[in-house]
Design a protein around this ligand. Structure first.
Ligand SMILES: *Cc1c(COP(=O)(O)O)cnc(C)c1O
Length: 457
C-alpha cells in the first residue's frame, strides 16, 4: 500500500507478511485477507491505515480460530447443554477410545473365525441386557433412530399414518421437531386430541386403514400442569395391539438408573420400565442422561430390531468405531455397577450427586484465591438443571460463585472469560456474572481461578 494515497488498497502478500505465523491454516488466512480487501473495495474506502487494517484481519482470524472445537468450562448449571456438547465422557472410556483411534481394530472381524463379523455386536448385547429387552441396536442419534423406526412401519407397508398426541408436539428439546422428522421419514403425521388433553378414545377414534403405529414422545423440555391428561403407555400399547398396530415410545433422555436416587429431582422414566409397559420399541439419545457420545439407542422386540437393521437407511445411519467404543464402555459401567447395586462413576451422575455443602466449600476456596483482584465475589444459591430436554421440573439445589468486577459490566467480563485459552461459560443475572459450581468439575477449580485472574488483568 502506498501510505501517501489513502484510497489505495493493501496487497494480499504484504498483509500476509505482516500477519506472520497464524494458528489457522494459510489458505484460510489468505481467504480472510482477500475478503477484507474486497469488503474495503466495496465500501469504496481505502485502507486508511495499514496497521489498523492488519489488526482488523487479525481479529477475524482470532474469531475463526476460536470456532474450532475446544474444551470449555461449563459454569451454566445446565448439566446436559446441547450448545456445550451435551454429556461429557467418562475418563476410562475416552482412554479406550484413544487406543482404538490410533490402531486398527476388530470392528467387523470375528477374531475366532477370521471371517467378517458384525459391527456393534458386543454393544447391542450390553444394551439389550441393560434395558432388559429382547434385542437392541444403535444409530447416529435419537432423531435418526426415530426416522428408521417410522420407515420400518410405514415405508412399503401400505400404511403411512402415525398417531401422536397434539400435547407431545408443542416443543421438544434441542431444536427437535417431531413433524419434520416424520416428514423426512415419509410417514404421515396424524395429530390426536388437544394440546393439554388427549384421551385413549381420541387415539381409538383416529385409527383407520392407513394407520401404522402409535407414537408417544416423552415430554422433555416443558411441563404442563393443571388440566392435563393423557393415556398411559400401557393403555396405548394395549389399544395398538388390539388393532394389530405398533406402539413406539421416544424417550429422549434414557436414564439407566433411578435419577430420584441421585438428587432431589423427579424420577425420569427408565427404558426398561417403558418396555415393561408393553411398547414394541423404545428409543433414546446416547449423549443425554445416559452419559455417552451422540447416538440413538433402540431397544425392544427382536424381530423388529432385525427388521430395522435390514432397512437401507440403517447403513446410512450407522455408528463409527469411536462412538461404539465409548458406548461399550459406558454401558459396561452401568452393568458392572448394577452387579454391586451401586451407581456407576460417570461425569453426569457424579455431578448430580454433589452435595450443596461440597459446592459451597469449593466456592469459598475459589473466592479466597481471588483476593487482591479488582472483583467482589460472593456465593449465591441457585438451581442447576439437567437440561437437554430432560426433567423440565427438576431444579437441583446448587451454589454459584458470583462476580462483580470493578469498573467492568457483567457482559464485558463474560466475554473476556469466554475468550480465555480455556473458555469459561457462566450466566448473567442482576448484573452479576454467575458461575454455577455443580457443572464445573472439581479438577477445574484452579483453572476457573486462573481464567478469572487473567480476565481481570
Ligand atoms: C433430545 C430428544 C430427541 C433428539 O435426540 P438426538 O439424539 O439429539 O437426535 C428426540 N426425542 C426426544 C423426546 C428428545 O428429548
Amino acid at each position: 500500500m502506498n501510505s501517501s494515497n489513502p484510497r489505495a488498497l493493501p496487497a494480499v502478500e504484504k498483509v500476509l507478511k505482516a500477519l506472520g505465523e497464524q494458528p489457522v491454516p494459510r489458505p484460510l488466512v489468505t481467504n480472510l485477507v482477500r475478503e477484507a480487501i474486497q469488503a474495503k473495495r466495496e465500501a469504496k474506502e481505502g485502507a486508511a491505515d495499514f496497521e489498523v487494517f492488519v489488526r482488523e484481519v487479525q481479529l477475524e482470524i482470532d474469531h475463526l480460530n476460536r470456532a474450532r472445537i475446544q474444551a470449555v468450562i461449563n459454569g451454566t448449571g445446565v448439566l446436559i447443554h446441547t450448545n456445550l456438547g451435551r454429556s461429557p465422557i467418562q475418563e476410562a472410556a475416552a482412554q479406550r477410545m484413544h487406543d482404538i483411534a490410533v490402531n486398527y481394530n476388530n470392528l467387523e472381524i470375528d477374531l475366532d473365525s477370521g471371517a467378517r463379523g458384525k459391527r456393534g455386536r458386543y454393544f447391542e448385547q450390553l444394551l439389550a441386557q441393560l434395558v432388559d429387552a429382547e434385542a437392541a441396536t444403535v444409530v447416529n442419534n435419537c432423531a435418526s433412530a426415530l426416522i428408521l423406526i417410522l420407515r420400518l412401519f410405514t415405508a412399503n407397508t401400505g400404511k403411512k399414518e402415525v398417531l401422536i398426541s397434539r400435547g407431545e408436539l408443542v416443543e421438544i428439546g434441542g431444536g427437535f421437531r417431531v413433524p419434520e422428522i416424520m416428514e423426512a421419514s415419509g410417514a404421515t403425521l396424524r395429530e390426536v386430541g388437544a394440546t393439554n388433553k388427549t384421551s385413549l378414545n381420541d387415539y381409538a377414534r383416529a385409527i383407520g386403514p392407513e394407520t401404522a403405529m402409535l407414537l408417544k414422545v416423552h415430554r422433555s423440555n416443558f411441563w404442563m400442569e393443571g388440566f392435563v391428561d393423557s393415556p398411559t403407555t400401557e393403555e396405548m400399547a394395549a389399544l395398538a395391539h388390539e388393532h394389530g398396530l405398533a406402539m413406539v415410545e421416544d424417550l429422549g433422555s434414557g436414564a439407566m438408573v433411578d435419577t430420584g436416587q441421585l438428587a432431589p429431582i423427579e424420577h425420569e422414566p427408565l427404558a426398561n420400565e417403558i418396555l415393561k409397559r408393553g411398547v414394541d420399541l423404545v428409543c433414546f439419545s446416547g449423549d443425554k442422561i445416559f452419559g455417552g457420545p451422540q447416538a440413538g439407542m433402540i431397544a425392544g422386540k427382536a424381530e423388529l430390531i432385525a427388521g430395522l437393521k435390514k432397512e437401507p437407511f440403517f447403513r446410512a445411519l450407522r455408528c463409527d468405531k469411536l462412538i461404539l467404543t465409548l458406548l461399550e464402555c459406558t454401558a459396561q459401567a452401568y452393568l458392572d455397577a448394577r452387579a454391586t447395586s451401586s451407581i456407576p462413576s460417570l461425569p453426569l451422575l457424579d455431578m448430580l450427586q454433589l452435595t450443596v455443602d461440597s459446592l459451597r466449600e469449593r466456592g469459598e476456596a475459589m473466592g479466597k484465591e481471588l483476593a487482591g483482584l479488582p472483583v467482589d465475589w460472593s456465593l449465591g444459591e441457585s438451581t442447576a438443571q439437567v437440561g437437554g430436554g430432560t426433567m423440565p421440573k427438576s431444579a437441583i439445589p446448587s451454589v454459584t460463585l458470583d462476580l462483580k468486577a470493578h469498573g467492568l459490566k457483567a457482559p464485558v467480563l463474560a466475554k473476556r472469560l469466554r475468550r480465555q485459552a480455556l473458555p469459561l461459560m457462566g450466566y448473567i443475572a442482576e448484573d452479576l456474572f454467575r458461575l454455577d459450581l455443580r457443572t464445573v468439575f472439581p479438577r477445574q477449580d484452579a483453572q476457573v481461578v486462573n481464567a478469572i485472574t487473567l480476565a481481570l488483568s
